[in-house]
Every structure is written in structure tokens, then in C-alpha cells.
Design a protein around this ligand. Sequence first.
Ligand code: GLC
Ligand code: MG
Length: 547
Amino acid sequence: MTQQETAGAPATGWWTEAVIYQIYPRSFADSDGDGIGDLPGITARLDHLAELGVDAVWLSPFYPSPQADAGYDVADYRDVDPLFGRLGDADKMIAEAKARGLRVIVDLVPNHTSSAHRWFQAALAAAPGSPERQRYVFRDGKGPQGAAPPNDWQSVFGGPAWTRVPDGQWYLHLFDTGQPDLNWDSPEVRAEFLDILRFWLDRGVDGFRVDVAHGLIKQADLADWQEPHEILSGQEVDKPRPPMWDQDGVHEIYREWRRLLDSYGGERILVAEAWVEPAERLAHYVRPDEMHQAFNFEYLLAAWTAPAQYAVITRSLEATDAVGAPTTWVLSNHDVVRHASRLALPIGAPRPNGIGIGDPQPDAALGLRRARAASLLMLALPGSAYLYQGEELGLPEHTTLPDEARQDPTWERSGHTERGRDGCRVPIPWEADAPSYGFGPTDASWLPQPPSWAEYALDRQRGVPGSTYELYRTALRLRREHGLARGPLEWLSTGDEVIAFRNGGLTVLTNFGQAAVSAPAGEVVQSSAPLDEDGRVPTDVTVWVRA
Ligand code: GLC
Ligand code: MG
């Protein structure tokens, strides 16, 4: 371990305790009725987030893009796509968020650009071996006439990770063909991203969520990898590391970025989207001189059982404590089946990439019951928590989206074997009786909303005791009042059916078992579902009790 890794002092700052709300701009609120959410729509709905009680928002990309991967294919890092507004709308949104005490984190996509980016267009126009091609990963192919790709890597979305250009060379794209990977050994690429960071820091953003943070550096020899190419680098300790994920060279990049952010003041942060296991390996991204936080996907993926939840919580806390970083918690985002549906799937079954017509349908009531219990458990844990738009409404996945409506490149690239992520990206409902449930002024919605969503609309839940929205709002208030984010957490019960701990003067208990269990002694201040007639905690329920 280096000196830095053993530095014991826990970090301080707003972000160590923050609840951060993910806005997926195209599906949050549409101001102009074109069916695609936009920045003025977000600005108009900021009061909702202030009322909910979150500390910050993170926005998925809103930059100019051909939208081959819903904006994660960026053509210009310093502007706003006309779909979402103009640069001035971003400035206004940032200012209005700040006026409500909300911090703003934007998405940074450094692993790849769009194929429409001027750099890639220049690379296509230039010759093999030219400086223009050096910014990306161009290689000659294998076999006769170089007709086979340079190695066997597969795209995360399915199909080969290489595409051939007319002069015969191939370029690498770990994701869609429209997302060529940048070459992070190029000093020009490094300088460009420092400048992009400055551009948004100067506009007042509080931080960056770094897309595919574990992918920037590839093993130099681009060796074949005979394994499935999943975004998660998770692996048994005795297996070699995939040559495209979690290479040691990425850390130097984040150290340089950290120095830049620190030079700005105002506690700006870097958040790693790094699908890296085990937790100790992920903790490398949040050493004191690197990023501030990393998403805890191991937590998101953990099974809904007492032993699995206890194990992932303790492991997560230990791993980040060791480097002095806050632990983070997340249950849903724009890449996974929403937890109100996921938790109703058979326990321990592999995580599906989308659910569609013809698939076994999750039980909505069971999913919501567990989702509420899971969210109350999560919001009682020390550290920083991420919410995904709509989860505060208990919103399920859209699991019967017509396949023709699907837009995630995964569906096509996998040869229609993986549904992909559209079901968690459907525009969210605000008003039960309005067109597009109040998403926008018209019926238009870039993905169709299911008829069952009226009951989840914000206006059906606001002020209604026991609604999921009020559950979240109360939980966020109590979390603040009791300093739950600061911990420490003290385990009381770690059995096969129940986990319970103390934090900030509260006792928190989740019952995963079949039978009801006694509530901890004291005043029940919050419960994810009513207790039974005898005051016991039924199955799939979390309670918060003040002793
Ligand atoms: C990240 C994003 C995902 C995107 C991918 C490629 O995993 O969260 O939505 O498709 O990176 O940029
Ligand atoms: Mg719009």
C-alpha cells in the first residue's frame, strides 16, 4: 500500500453526505412538446427536487450528439444539443439550481467521442499512421488483406468491438460503432479533456460523473480476451484482469484531474462510473488524490437476502473506509432495470438487460414493496446515496415496451437477444390527468409511457401519507436531522432473515424472512409498509425506530 492509501483521515465536505439525484434529461421534463425532455424543462421542475430534499443533481449528457447512444456519443463537449436547448439554458439551469441550494454535477464521457466529432472526422480523412489517427485506436487487421479485426474483443452492446474504414484499417469501439475509443496515451487527448473540465468548471458546475472511468487505458498489446465482454470487470481473484478494463494507467489521469479541480476551490467533485469488483479494487479510484466517489454497483447488484445485504454493506464500508472516502449507495440508474421491478425477479437470478413483451413479468406489488424497503435501508446507511429520477415515485420498469419502439443500440447489436435499457428511460409521470402525464405540454413522448403510470404521477402522491414520494421525503429529512450520512453504523443483528443496525440514534431493521418479527423497542418514526396488528415488522419491510 502506498502512503496515500493508508491515509486514515476520513474526507469531509458536502459530497461525503450528499443525496444526489440523477436526471436523465431526455425523460425528465419536456418544455417544448417535442417529446424529448430538455434543459428548460429541468429548470421548471427544480422546485420538485428542492422539496424532495436532495442535495445535488447529476445530469446525463446534454451535449451535441447524433444520439447513437442517447447522448453518450458526444460530438462537441462544449455545447448543448439543440434537442435540449442552448448553452444559455445550461447556464440558467445551473444558476437556478444553485439558487435552491442544489449542486450540479454534469456527465463527462472521456472513453470515446461520437463518430461525428470533428477529431474522428479528421481521422477518417487522414491516412493510416497520421497524427489525426493517433487520437483514436486505429490498427491494421489480421489475416489475408487484414480482413479480420485486430483482436477478438466484443462491444459491450454486442458484436465486434472493431469497425473497418474504407482504407482497410480498423478502429476500436468498446460500445457502439458511433462511439470510437480515444487513445489516452496521446498527450493531445489529455490536454483536450483538461480544457473541457475547465470549460464546465468555469460555468460553475460542482463536479463530473465520469463515464466508463475504468476503460480509458487498454492493455498495450491489445491481447485477445476469450471471455464475455461485459462492462463489469468483476472477476475472481485468480483470474487475469480483462485487457480493456481497470488498467492501472487510468489512475494517473484522475490524479491530474483532481489537481485541476482542487485548484478551483468550492469542493468540486469527480465521481467514477467504474464497474470494478471487488470493492478493494474499486477503492483505488477514490484514494485521497484521485476521485471523490465511485458508484457502488456491487451494492446495486446484491441479492435481496439478509446475508447478501449484510455482506455487501460491510464490505463496501470497509473498502472505502480504508482510503478515507465516503461509501456510496445506488439502486437504480439509466443502465439497469429499475429496482421496483428488479427486486421482484427470482432472488439470485442473473440481472437481465431489460425486460420485454413475452418475458416473465415481475409482480409490481412485490417489486414496489421490496423497493420501498430497500430504499429505506439505503437511505439509513452512512455515506452518499444516488437516486434515479422516478424512483421517488416508486416507478417500475416499463416491461412491455413494444420492441419497435426500442432505441437502445443494445437491442439491434445483440441481434435481438438483449432488450437493453429503454425500459428504465421512459419519460416520468408528473400529473395523472395531463397529456404525457405532465412530462410535456403535448402527448409526445420519445418512448411510449404505459397506461398504468397515472397512479405513480407526482400529483397523486404529493401530500398523501404513505405514498412512496412522501416516504422518500420523510426519509431524506430524518436522514439529515439524525446525521445518518455520518455514521458510524453499529450492527445489532446479522441473521439469515433480518438485518438491524444503529445509526444516528435510530435503530434500522429490515425483515427479509417469511415471518413477521418484533419491531425494535422505541418509537417507529418511519416504516416502508404498515406494521401488522401486533406491531410486528412483516416480510420485506424496513423500519426506523427512535429508542
Ligand atoms: C456508461 C453509460 C451508458 C453508456 C456507456 C457508454 O455505462 O452509463 O449509458 O451507454 O457508458 O458511454
Ligand atoms: Mg423538448
